[in-house]
Design a protein around this ligand. Sequence first.
Ligand code: PDD
Length: 279
Amino acid sequence: MKRFVYLNNKFINFKTAKISIEDRGFQFADSVYEVIAFKEDNLIDINFHLKRLKFSLKSISIRYKFTNSSIIKIFNKLIKMNKKNIGLLYLQISRGVQSRSHIYKNNIKPTIVIYILEKKFNPNIKNIKCVSAITYPDLRWKKRDIKSVSLLPNIIAAKEAGKQKAYEAILIENGYVTEGTASNIWIVKNNYLITHPSNSDILKGITRDSIIKIIKNNNLKFKQKKFKKELLYNSDEVFLTSSSSMVMPINKIDNKIISNGKIGKITYKLAKLYNLKIN
Ligand code: PDD
């Protein structure tokens, strides 16, 4: 099946899509991105993704102007052209092409790429699988609220998780959990749902925000609070959230078994409620 991508105002064949070797996204990771789940024309939480994209662009002064309706049209056209009814949209905007210099020029034209990533979501909530995680030092910079493609510390940690046959690496800074390499981390302790506060130490996940809404609508107990690795190990339930993994229960962290190796009650309830978005 032919794959199409959107590159700088054109829909073109995946194989012929090319970017300059002096694109600043390639040379400096001077670039931001979004990953958006879709099913047919349902782009999950699209307005929140576009709001965060605007925040990321503004934070590093990349001037790429778009309206939500114009970019949503591009997404829908791309989905139709690729004949996919479920998956992930990947969008990346870099500052653009310039002869190599750390100091960027103000007037360069941003590069925009959008394409589709294959992804099957877990439609059957009854068979939701648990995954394992490792812990790993958080080696990142101090502006993690910007969704930047500068992901080297994340991929080093993720690779270590992969080597240990774990699904995710949970990042630890000064003894505290920040987030996963590509997800937000949640615990349940004594019926309280706890996750890291949204500040520049983590990416404010769109799925995280959706779960907070679900928690509030269902009158569950919740606090945004930093928590230590020891509490992570001793939690009643642990799960992660992201646009690509949705609500994913974690039943083992390093050598500690969580929740007797099974999905916890509260995690199950949230996974079920969240899954309504994709069904
Ligand atoms: N990652 N934290 C980090 C560091 C992330 O990279 C992500 C998402 C999240 C969860 O955010 P959201 O709920 O908006 O997807 C948290 C995407 C999926 C990725 O890089 O593939």
